[in-house]
Design a binder for this molecule. Structure first.
Ligand code: FES
Length: 113
């Protein structure tokens, strides 16, 4: 299991939370109808943090120019955002959410790039 992200109760249904696991970039955890999704928090259009945006169904809206991303895939669904943001796998255990090992090594690699 990878780094701890937050507890499941930190992210109510329809909510999102910024998390910054040690040595990883800022990530955002979203709760869509009880399923948790984790994606890179930095918008692919600019430098805004998606963690400050609104979660509308399964879309996370950028607070700066209102571009949107599908949190299930990371794909951009509304301009001006065009490029996807990275998504990460997480697992739930004993009320906590953790990145999977594969996800945390991907995150480290993308941070190093
Ligand atoms: S910075 Fe996110 S849409 Fe422009």
């Amino acid at each position: 299991m990878g780094p701890f992200l937050c507890t499941t109760s930190d992210v109510p249904e329809g909510g999102r939370k910024s998390v910054q696991p040690e040595s990883l970039p800022e990530l955002v955890v979203c709760n869509v109808a009880g399923t948790f999704y984790v994606l890179a928090a930095t918008c692919s259009h600019g430098e805004a943090s998606l963690a400050a945006g609104r979660l509308l169904g399964c879309e996370l809206e950028c607070p700066l120019h209102a571009g949107r991303f599908d949190v299930t895939t990371g794909g951009a669904t509304r301009r001006p955002a065009k490029k996807p943001v990275e998504t990460y796998q997480c697992v739930e255990q004993d009320g906590g959410l953790y990145l999977t090992d594969a996800a945390s090594s991907a995150a480290s690699a993308s941070q190093a790039a």
